[in-house]
Design a protein around this ligand. Sequence first.
Ligand code: ZN
Length: 378
Amino acid sequence: MPDIKDSVGEGAKNQGHDVALLQAMLRVIKDAKNAPYLSVDYDGSYGGQTRAAIERFQIDQKLAQSPVAKAAAAKGPAAVPPVPAAAGGAQETLGLVAPGSATLQKLNAMLPATHQAMRSSPGSKTVYIAADAKDAATSKAAIASDAEYEPTFRAKLSNLVQQMYDTHKIVLWITPTGRRRTFAQQAAETQTNAGPGESNHNFGRAADIGFRRFQWVKGNGVIATDADWLNGLEAAKAGEATRWWNERDLLAAKEGLLPLNFERVHLQAFAQKGVSNQRSLAQLLNAVSASNMRWKAAYQADLQSQGKYWANVGTAKAIWAGNATVTKSDLAKARTAATGKQVKDADIAQAEVDAMRKTLKADFQAADDNWVKWTAVP
Ligand SMILES: [Zn+2]
């Protein structure tokens, strides 16, 4: 049941989130003529229109007397019949609504079913609908059972979902493209410059975790539903959308989950600052290579020369596509360096170049298969 935390009305504390919630109630509850008690959009700022709406509601619902009726009653008991006491016997102060008061109880009783889970949050003037606990549990379970996340990271994400629900009754979930991406999936990505093995998403330590069916109440009382990025709220009130992302980040920080500046929906297991994704990939390639290949970042490989010759072999995208920039000359030099015997370019067959490209790609495949062994390298 929606409740305010402090009083709203003349001379009351009138905190923005309380005012917004009360206004939203008065915006959706209709009088005998089917007109909303608050005829203007709610905005979380207390003023004359809010006061008038509160008073009109209280008088209509016989929770308080109008000043005219009160004055008439004072003149003589015969002039005006006394106002019956509200439920619980409380006679409310006209124009003032206290937490848990008879006025608030009556407002709640008159709310349409769609709006009965309305709530607001300190620091925000946006009213929203509390999500279902079962949706939070479903999201949590999906993360907890996702073997494509590194186990420690998975536990932190799952805790974050619980914390967000416990604190705000809001459900976070992993976006449809927010899980681990295989190298093949990364290669197909068009929205990023990161090649296969160069995104934190390739190693189960990054997630795009947005909002699941965030239902917020527009100024006119109509419920809007956003997903993932809060695009609707962003368009209507950018500051409020930012605020909810910040709330998520605040709880995420407590779990040791860190955001990225350029991708709001993203959280990861470590701070990006100072981390080289390319050197991290090179280290993983060295750890998992099944071909006795040595690797250096962005990208050099020793072409199985025991580190005696290094060739530039191209970008992650090129290597993954089987188009590493290896030449007959590279192979000849690598063999010369490894054996101490002169090998000429003409001694190398094209099939050997093709085979080396396949071997380089196979190391990338080994890195993909062994993603859990990845560690961040400066
Ligand atoms: Zn991401």
